[in-house]
Design a protein around this ligand. Structure first.
Ligand SMILES: NC(=O)C1=CN([C@@H]2O[C@H](COP(=O)(O)OP(=O)(O)OC[C@H]3O[C@@H](n4cnc5c(N)ncnc54)[C@H](OP(=O)(O)O)[C@@H]3O)[C@@H](O)[C@H]2O)C=CC1
Ligand SMILES: O=C1CO[C@H](CO)[C@@H](O)[C@@H]1O
Length: 325
């Protein structure tokens, strides 16, 4: 699918570069770039052959030629830009976690609805073809009823205040950075949003959540366990357990392969769908198809459920960011 809309990127850090590369892999290009540090936007534009660099970020919202804004700044800055972009009539694809908490997201969703715009979180899990392939097989009843899932996500980040990971003023912490993947995985497969949630937390010296565990259960008696760590490596492993089989996905945020182990005789089956390297291409394509009005491929309803769970967990812990005090 060719890129048909004009996209502007707000932010040109690690993931901003990946989005620019994905655009080019699709045979398109970003239309414009804006960034807090202007010099980096200029350099970014040169690297990718982007024609427009805004002097000020605010100019992006007023540019009548922009259709979709991609926000990739730290979590706590998202709401400020969401407000401005949506009020100016732009569709928005915003990086995970889409907002700091449920209340900010509620406000953004209301704005998007009022202005008839597509608002979406850049959550790779909702766009990787392997997730759709598995969903189809589950819905067909191949594995029997879903009983439980176990989700791990561990990343080793140093306690370095120069980056966002442990910095409370940049909305650091495990839940918003990586918990959002585990919960999006859980929400994708669960028949309804979990109603019961039990959690534990360990804080980093900087006051943000370094490790967290969660137990979830919904009305259909489907359960999930989540273990997160931001200062200890773990495999990114998602496991779904059914009556007839269990299914494992490794590197699940951008997974492209699932291994099924059949309960009856233990034999294994592998399903491959999509490619990890194209993760952001799938996201761009789904956003464009949704903006074009084909169907909703973005799953903002799941994003809202996941944000509600993350907010509930932090409320239970009494953990607040400076913006919430
Ligand atoms: N989907 C995915 O696979 C991934 C998603 N992410 C998400 O993307 C977002 C950005 O992460 P990442 O690219 O790693 O971050 P980086 O630190 O690499 O880049 C951050 C960007 O935000 C800008 N920025 C930083 N602070 C502010 C501020 N206070 N106001 C305005 N702009 C600011 C930076 O501008 P400057 O140049 O001036 O510093 C830079 O352009 C996060 O929400 C993160 O969770 C991150 C990695 C992977
Ligand atoms: O989204 C992301 C991908 O995973 C990384 C951890 O391994 C995160 O830190 C990052 O924000």
């Amino acid at each position: 699918m060719a890129v048909q809309y004009r996209w502007a990127t707000l932010g040109c850090g690690v993931i901003g570069h990946q989005l620019a590369e994905a655009m080019q892999r699709l045979g398109g290009n970003l239309y414009a770039v804006g960034n807090r540090t202007h010099a980096k936007a200029v350099q970014f534009a040169e690297q990718y052959g982007i024609g427009k660099v805004y002097d000020k970020i605010e100019d992006m919202f007023q540019d009548p030629d922009v259709d979709i804004i991609y926000i990739s700044t730290p979590h706590n800055t998202h709401i400020k830009y969401l407000r401005q972009a949506l009020a100016a009539g732009k569709h928005v694809l915003c990086e995970k976690s889409i907002t700091l908490n449920y209340y900010e997201l509620e406000e953004a969703v209301k704005l998007a609805m009022e202005h008839h715009l597509v608002l979406a979180e850049a959550q790779t899990i909702y766009h990787m073809p392997i997730y759709r392939a598995l969903r189809e097989r589950i819905d067909r009843g191949d594995f029997g009823p879903l009983r439980l899932m176990t989700l791990n996500f561990g990343s080793y980040k140093p306690y370095d205040m120069k980056n966002r990971f442990f910095n409370r003023s940049l909305a650091g912490g495990a839940m918003l950075d990586i918990g959002v993947y585990a919960l999006s995985f859980a929400r994708w497969f669960m028949s309804s949003c979990p109603q019961e949630i039990a959690t534990q937390v360990l804080y980093a010296p900087t006051g943000v959540d370094e490790q967290a565990s969660m137990l979830l259960k919904n009305e259909q008696r489907e359960m999930a366990t989540v273990m997160l760590s931001l200062h200890a490596k773990q495999p990114k492993r998602g496991m779904l357990s059914f009556d007839k089989a269990y299914v494992e996905l490794m590197e699940y945020p951008r997974g492209d392969k699932a291994v099924i182990t059949w309960t009856e005789d233990g034999h294994k089956e592998e399903i491959v769908a999509g490619e990890t390297a194209n993760a952001l291409c799938y996201e761009i394509e789904d956003m464009e198809r949704t903006v074009a009005g084909q169907k909703d491929f973005m799953h903002l309803d799941y994003t809202v459920d996941v944000m509600a769970l993350m907010t509930k967990a932090r409320q239970d812990w009494g953990m607040r960011y400076p913006e919430e005090e």
